[in-house]
Design a protein around this ligand. Structure first.
Ligand SMILES: Nc1ncnc2c1ncn2[C@@H]1O[C@H](COP(=O)(O)OP(=O)(O)OP(=O)(O)O)[C@@H](O)[C@H]1O
Ligand SMILES: [Mg+2]
Length: 502
């Protein structure tokens, strides 16, 4: 292998799932001492192509070369043997075991773990690459960032020279991201090759030498890591610009409140007070953003508004109708649509997209007691088209990418034309394209007169979408301001619980 020979090269990789082409003739290579990012929207095919390189699944066509030699990779064992390691988003660590035991697991042939060797390798690697981790710690006691370090150490202790990381930063807090990047820089300085999968432009630019962009299964281009964000975004979504602007008609609506909360009290986990004397109005055609550090009652507020938690005192009215103690079905009938934070809890993973889309209103699809499959399908096809859901109607929801799962939820709620929409963290984990889409949909609903309560930890999102902002702190509304003249410093003070006597 000469210097110009890539450490790993994929040629013409094609992978189909039924009639969906997840990878369409993808060429990709990574050199020694290089971070090569793989960028793309949700569902673009990033994970699939790297699962193929790691032997977790097989391509329908194409070739894999390691150090210039074609190789048949039928299982992770073959990939590991060729020096390829992969850290997937769901870690494969044994939680009750220690770090050293986990490292030994990957290597030992029989049942006996070669602990001393694993321990030595772990400390070697941790010294060489500055990855500090206590080998005697149990995995379940480690933070997510630390667990990720163990996964990386595990790959390194198997002499991996090509390390694939699938969205490694998605699970990390900002400080941990810096630590990970420092580790990656040490690894490439040592000659390793790193494939860094992400859909976050800023991160990709910060760490990569080169960037390959996938769009709907095809390679849209391979460019230098220093390429500016606009160009990367253009390659990723196929359009020059993105970003949602609030329509200029952002006048504060003066209609009667549609959603009205008065003196709400509710308890949270362990019976502790979560909402205390909370009052709030949301008018038709208005988006009210709820800012606040998470854990200040936002979750409980959303639960009360979706009928999943009974307030202990106070009142909830929608369009003048009292809804105290209403269950989820009654809330829904009253016109409240809910897009919760935990997508997986409100969808059934094993069930098809089509059925998930009608789950909350199955009775509308019964004919003389039986579910009319054709109606369910037609309904699904129409919604999938309208909401740009890239999947097939009978795919299990769990097989969809994150962005498409969120679109299923959005389609299910918005297709019912709710007069009140309660939405929490609507774009968390979504790529720019899907984020833009979700925001556009919410703004369109606002334009159509819905009253929207938007709970988000993302201040940029709140500022971009809201007409008014309220800050929640310890279960109550601490302050309120028009989004247009929100002062970040003031907002930060309120979020920290410091009301300001202006
Ligand atoms: N086992 C499977 N069966 C059917 N379809 C699948 C399967 N695995 C992936 N797909 C589909 O292939 C496409 C590419 O998926 P992939 O997971 O590679 O996307 P991705 O770029 O990693 O997206 P994300 O950023 O959301 O992780 C998606 O449309 C997905 O639904
Ligand atoms: Mg993926």
């Amino acid at each position: 292998m000469t210097d110009s020979t890539p450490a790993l090269e994929l040629r013409g990789i094609t992978k189909r799932f039924g009639d969906l082409v997840a990878n369409d003739g993808i060429d990709f290579d990574v050199r020694g001492g290089e971070v090569h990012a793989l960028l793309g929207e949700n569902g673009a095919g990033k994970t699939t192509v790297m699962r193929i390189a790691y032997g977790l699944t097989q391509a329908d066509a194409g070739q894999i070369l390691v150090g210039g030699h074609a190789l048949a990779i039928r299982a992770p064992r073959d990939a590991i043997g060729a020096g390829i390691g992969m850290v997937t988003q769901h870690f494969a660590l044994v939680r009750p075991m220690t770090v050293a035991e986990n490292l030994a697991l990957g290597r030992s042939r029989g049942l006996r773990l070669d602990l001393s060797q694993a321990g030595r390798r772990a400390s070697d690697a941790s010294e060489r690459f500055g990855i500090r981790i206590d080998p005697t710690a149990r995995v379940e006691d480690l933070s997510v960032g630390e667990q990720q370090r163990v996964e990386i150490l595990k790959a390194l202790s198997r002499d991996c020279r090509i390390l694939i990381l699938d969205e490694p930063t998605a699970v990390l807090v900002p400080g941990e991201v810096d630590a990970l990047f420092a580790t990656l820089r040490a690894l490439v300085a040592d000659g390793l090759s790193i494939v860094f999968i992400s859909h976050k432009l800023a991160e990709v630019r910060a760490i990569s030498d080169r960037v390959s962009v996938l769009r709907r299964g095809k390679l849209a281009g391979t460019v230098a890591g220093s390429t500016d964000e606009r160009e990367l975004a253009r390659l990723m979504v196929g359009r020059p610009t993105f970003g949602v602007e609030r329509p200029p008609d952002a006048t504060v609506p003066s209609g009667a409140p549609v959603l009205s909360l008065r003196g709400l009290h509710a308890t949270g986990p362990q019976g502790l007070p979560a909402l205390s004397d909370l009052s709030l109005d949301v008018r038709a055609g208005e988006i009210v953003g709820v800012a606040g550090v998470s854990g200040n009652g936002q979750t409980e507020l959303v639960e009360v508004l979706s009928g999943m938690r009974r307030p202990t005192a106070g009142s909830v009215t929608v369009g003048g109708v009292g809804l105290n103690g209403a269950d989820p079905a009654r809330m829904m009938r009253a016109g409240v649509g809910r897009i919760p934070e935990d997508r997986h809890a409100s969808l059934i993973g094993d069930l098809s997209v089509a059925y998930n889309l009608v789950l909350e209103r199955l009775d509308d699809f019964r004919r003389s007691g039986r579910i009319d499959e054709r109606m369910v399908r037609e309904h699904a096809t129409e919604l999938m088209q309208r909401f740009d859901i890239r999947a097939r109607a009978d795919d299990p929801v769990a097989s969809l990418s994150g962005g498409n799962i969120q679109k299923v939820l959005l389609a299910r709620v918005l297709s019912r034309d709710p007069s009140v929409i309660v939405v929490a963290q609507p774009t968390r984990g979504l790529d720019v394209g899907a984020t833009e889409y979700v925001r556009e949909q919410l703004l369109a609903r606002r334009g159509a007169g819905a009253a929207i309560l938007l709970v988000s930890e993302d201040l940029d999102e709140l500022l971009a979408l809201s007409d008014r902002l309220v800050v929640m702190y310890e279960g109550r509304i601490l302050g309120e301001m028009a989004a247009a003249d929100a002062d970040l410093e003031h907002l930060g003070m309120l979020m920290a619980g410091r009301g300001i006597a202006a």
